[in-house]
Design a protein around this ligand. Structure first.
Ligand code: SAM
Length: 362
């Protein structure tokens, strides 16, 4: 397998270079200019990755090299055009040309398979169906404080997805893919064994609960989410080992939360919302909790200052797509204090997420 997506290919950051020269006269400056140009052009990379995912190229290729002509015929593409896209992807380490007009998978392209774990197939599909349209309107969000998504699609993302099952399924798969990346770190860092019933507020496709239930055979889980999401998630676990241990509760967390959880998890949900809505969600959960029950928030925790972090661009994604935002540890502490919780611990387990463990206060 060849290495994928090196820093040289994608640009690495934070970008550094001479601050006293803007003429490109030194090799260091030239490298900086090239890196900046590559970053500005990164939509090209997004475009070819999303096209490859939506065509299912990695799934079609499987374990052996496949001629472009066959791939083109299976996907309804023009062979020459598809060859050019695969050649560009191979230059990034995503697929590899075998020299006879055929391509095989690499470690990176295998991540685009639907059945990979983690799979980034859903992320690419979601991005191409929604994010690629909304992000060009970032200036709208900056000027109005409103999500660009609503301007482009005519409604908020969760209302839009209720009417567009393909976008909604891609979104669920994208979130599940993100979860698969961090789920081991979560179940390694947090002891779920004391809790018989875990309710995942906004639990989506149930990817985290599946991991928890696998690690803790005595735990049962429930996904609390919008009705169309719960219906699809339950459908997907029919006749699997999860049926019977993983249930679904349809509802609206802005209005209420279901009673009966020993542990309530809220993962990558609060970042979708502004503070007033976060207070509503947390208060609704607090209202059904009593002493001895626990709340686990799993969300990105923004580091201070110039520290590079996945959360800092994710924060802009929230601005553009949902109108929410990423938060610092102090932001979470204030929101929890305002809604009747004491913070037990904060554990930054991964660059993408930290764990905030809380209990209802007296
Ligand atoms: C960013 S996703 C996170 C999904 C999951 N927790 C994860 O980390 O993979 C946000 C979830 O909140 C759900 N959601 C959005 N608005 C909701 C509402 N008003 N009531 C209940 N669930 C909602 C979405 O359907 C989605 O599954």
């Amino acid at each position: 397998m060849i290495p994928a997506l090196t820093a040289q290919q994608t640009g690495s950051w934070p970008l550094t270079g001479p601050v006293d020269s803007v003429q490109g006269s030194t090799s260091q400056t030239t490298a900086l200019v090239e890196s900046m140009a590559r970053l500005i052009n990164s939509h090209r990379i997004t475009g070819v990755l999303c096209a490859a995912a939506r065509l299912g190229l990695a799934d079609l290729i499987g374990n052996t090299a496949m001629p472009v002509a066959e791939l083109a015929s299976a996907t309804g593409c023009q062979p020459t055009a598809l060859y050019r896209v695969l050649r560009a992807l191979a230059s990034l380490g995503v697929f590899e040309e075998t020299g006879d007009g055929a391509f095989r998978n690499t470690d990176a392209s295998l991540l685009l398979r639907r059945d990979a774990e983690p799979s980034l197939y859903g992320l690419a599909c979601m991005t191409s169906r929604m994010h690629l349209y909304a992000w060009p309107e970032l200036l709208h969000s900056l000027q109005t404080g409103k999500p660009a998504f609503n301007k482009v699609f005519g409604s908020g993302i969760f209302d839009y997805m209720a009417d567009h099952p393909e976008a909604s399924e891609a979104f669920d798969r994208a979130m599940a893919g993100y979860t698969e990346v961090v789920a081991d770190a979560i179940v390694d860092a947090y002891d779920f064994s004391p809790f018989a019933q875990v309710i995942d507020i906004g639990g989506g496709a149930g990817a985290l609960l599946k991991k928890v239930l696998t690690r803790y055979p005595n735990v049962r889980g429930a996904i609390y989410d919008l009705e169309h999401v719960v219906t699809r998630s339950l459908e997907s676990i029919k006749d699997t080992v999860w049926e019977g241990r993983l249930s679904g509760i349809p509802g609206n967390f802005l209005e209420s939360a279901p009673p009966g959880g020993d542990l309530y998890v809220i993962k990558i949900v609060l970042c979708d919302w502004q503070d007033d809505d976060v207070k509503r969600i947390l208060s609704n959960v607090r209202n059904v909790m009593s002493k001895g029950q626990r709340l686990l928030i799993v969300d990105a925790i923004l580091p201070a200052g110039n520290t590079p972090s996945f959360a800092k661009l994710s924060d802009i994604n929230m601005m553009v797509i949902t109108g929410g935002k990423e938060r610092t540890e102090e932001d979470f502490r204030q929101l929890l204090a305002a809604t009747g919780f004491d913070v037990v611990s904060v554990n930054p387990i991964h660059e993408w997420v930290g764990l905030i463990d809380a209990v209802p206060c007296d």
